[in-house]
Design a protein around this ligand. Sequence first.
Ligand code: SF4
Ligand code: SF4
Length: 169
Amino acid sequence: MDTELLIRARELLENLTPLKTNCGLLCGGACCEADEDGQGGVLLFPGEAELLKGESWTEILPSPMPVNGIDYGMSVCSGRCDRSMRPLGCRIFPLTPVFTKDGRLKVRTDRRAWAMCPLMPAGIRGLYPDFVSAVQEALTFIAADPEGEAFLRAWQDLEGSYAESPFLL
Ligand code: SF4
Ligand code: SF4
């Protein structure tokens, strides 16, 4: 993966968040909490593990993706991080990439977010438009690299394996 593309993607989402104000105040930062069993983490994009090497707030664990075994590692944190270093997967949440049948890359809300994110019922239209545009642009940078595109497609397969919310029509 071209590190420059990865860094540009991360920078686009350095300061933008799903709402114009701090959405963590709505939920107590639920997406940073560990699962009930103390597990959970954020999949790292190709090359991110190298960027995070030496960061004391994260442990990088192996995490092969079910469909194709791609493994760039998973960041497991204690619910606190150096915000300027947080993974791209945290920066795009609660959105997820989706390639349309004609190969275009779009974004939509991530099925996995229903478990904890109070923004989900309002859907993508309820999110800060600048954030949505930045996620789209950031993922376009990632998809510009063949390794990045393969990773996004694996991410989409994984996300698609989760059940859709019963609230979604
Ligand atoms: S769970 Fe949703 S509302 Fe809460 S901090 Fe994460 S993105 Fe924001
Ligand atoms: S790395 Fe930071 S933003 Fe990501 S889950 Fe951990 S505390 Fe939350």
